[in-house]
Design a protein around this ligand. Structure first.
Ligand code: KG4
Ligand code: ZN
Length: 337
C-alpha cells in the first residue's frame, strides 16, 4: 500500500444518527463538507432508527459524489477513507462503515475508524486550534461530556451525564410545548425574544463532574402542566419567556459543572462542541467568560452539529500516526472518546 506524504486527501463519512455527511480534506484543510439532513423524522417527534438507516442508504452515494465534485478531487487522488465507527445507531453506522470499507478495498487505500465523540472535540482543530491541554464540553442529542484533551488524539472523560443528554432536555421540553423535532434550535429561536429570568427552575446541586437531566426535564413538565391547568393558552402566550428561561437554566447548569472541572484541573482553556454548542445562549456565555480570564473556543456553526469534516480531521491525525483499521473492525453503539 502506497502512502503519499505531502498532500493527504481524506474522504470522510459520518452516518451515526440522522445526517448523512461526506467531506474531503487536504491535510487539515476542509475542501468540502456536505450534509444531507433527513427530514422524515420530524413527523415522528424523534429519530426512527430504521428510517434513518434506509435514508442513509438512499443518500450516501450522492453525498459522497457531491463532496468529491465540490472539492474537485477524483477518487484516484484519495489517500484514505475515514468513517464514524460509533457511538450511534447501529443500522445507520453500518451503512457508512460498509460504504467506507468497500471503497477502501476498491481503491486499496487505508481505512480509518473514527469515534464520533472524539470527532466532535476534534472539530476544534479545523480552524483556530486551542492550546493543549484544554477542556471540552461536548453537548449533543445523545451525549453530555466534559473531556480533558491532552493532545490531538489523547482525551479523557472527566464527567458525563448519568441519564439524559442536554440535547434531549431541549428536544423533550420542546415536545411538551408541541414544537416539532428537533426542538433545540426552535427553543433557541423563540428564546431570543424572551426574558431569561421570568421563570426560575430548580438548579441541581452537583457533587461531581457528572450531569443529570432527568430531574430538569420532569421539573419542566410539571411547570407546564401546572400552568396549563390555570390557563390553557399558557404556552402560546408565554412561549418566548418560557424558552428564554429554560434555555438560560440549561446553560447555567452546563457551565456550573464545566467551571468546576476547570477549577479542579486548573485549566482555563475551555471549548464547546456538539450540536447544542450551536445554541446562541451557550455561545454568548462562553464569550463572556473571556472577560474573566478564560480562553474560550466555539466551533464554526457548520462544525457543531453532525458533519463529516470533523471525522476527516481525526482521520488526518490518525493517518499521520499510521493508525489504520482492518476491514473486520465492527461498529459500536455505546459511548467513549
Ligand atoms: O451533535 P448533534 O448534531 O447530533 C448528535 O450527535 O446528537 O446534536 C443534535 C442535538 C439535538 O438535540 C438538537 O436539538 C441540538 O443538538 N441542537 C440545539 C441547537 N442546535 C442543535 N440545541 C439548542 N440550541 C440550538 N441552537
Ligand atoms: Zn454528534
Amino acid at each position: 500500500m502506497m502512502l503519499q506524504s505531502n498532500e493527504i486527501f481524506t474522504l470522510s463519512i459520518e452516518s451515526s444518527c440522522d445526517d448523512t455527511s461526506a467531506a474531503i480534506l487536504c491535510n487539515d484543510i476542509v475542501l468540502s463538507n456536505i450534509v444531507a439532513t433527513q427530514k422524515i423524522h420530524e413527523q415522528y417527534g424523534g429519530v426512527v432508527p430504521e428510517l434513518a438507516s434506509r435514508a442513509h442508504q438512499q443518500n450516501i452515494v450522492a453525498v459522497v459524489d457531491v463532496a468529491l465534485k465540490k472539492a474537485q478531487i477524483s477518487m484516484s487522488q484519495l489517500s484514505a477513507i475515514a468513517f464514524t465507527n460509533g457511538p450511534g445507531l447501529m443500522g445507520s453506522l453500518l451503512v457508512g462503515s460498509s460504504f467506507a470499507k468497500t471503497m477502501s478495498m476498491g481503491l486499496n487505500i487505508p481505512l480509518i475508524a473514527v469515534n464520533h465523540m472524539q470527532a466532535h472535540v476534534a472539530a476544534h482543530y479545523i480552524d483556530n486550534k486551542p492550546s493543549f491541554p484544554f477542556l471540552c464540553l461536548t453537548v449533543s442529542g445523545g451525549h453530555t461530556q466534559i473531556i480533558l484533551v491532552r493532545d490531538y488524539l489523547t482525551m479523557e472523560v472527566l464527567g458525563q451525564t448519568i441519564d439524559d443528554a442536554v440535547g434531549e432536555a431541549f428536544d423533550k421540553a420542546a415536545k411538551v410545548m408541541k414544537l416539532p423535532y428537533p426542538g433545540g434550535p426552535l427553543i433557541d429561536k423563540y428564546a431570543q425574544e424572551g426574558d431569561p429570568l421570568k421563570y426560575i427552575f430548580p438548579m441541581p446541586a452537583p457533587n461531581s463532574l457528572n450531569y443529570s437531566f432527568s430531574g430538569v426535564k420532569t421539573a419542566f413538565l410539571n411547570f407546564i402542566n401546572k400552568n396549563v391547568q390555570t390557563n390553557e393558552d399558557f404556552v402560546a402566550e408565554e412561549l418566548a419567556n418560557i424558552c428564554a428561561s429554560y434555555q438560560n437554566h440549561l446553560v447555567n447548569y452546563l457551565l456550573k459543572v464545566f467551571l468546576m472541572a476547570s477549577q479542579k484541573h486548573n485549566i482555563k482553556v475551555l471549548c464547546i462542541a456538539g450540536g447544542v454548542s450551536a445554541n446562541s445562549g451557550l455561545r454568548k456565555s462562553m464569550l463572556q467568560l473571556q472577560s474573566e480570564g478564560y480562553s474560550t473556543y466555539i466551533p464554526k456553526f457548520e462544525y457543531c452539529t453532525d458533519n463529516a469534516a470533523m471525522i476527516g480531521i481525526v482521520g488526518y491525525y490518525k493517518y499521520l500516526q499510521h493508525d489504520f483499521s482492518e476491514v473486520s473492525v465492527m461498529p459500536y453503539s455505546r459511548t467513549g472518546v
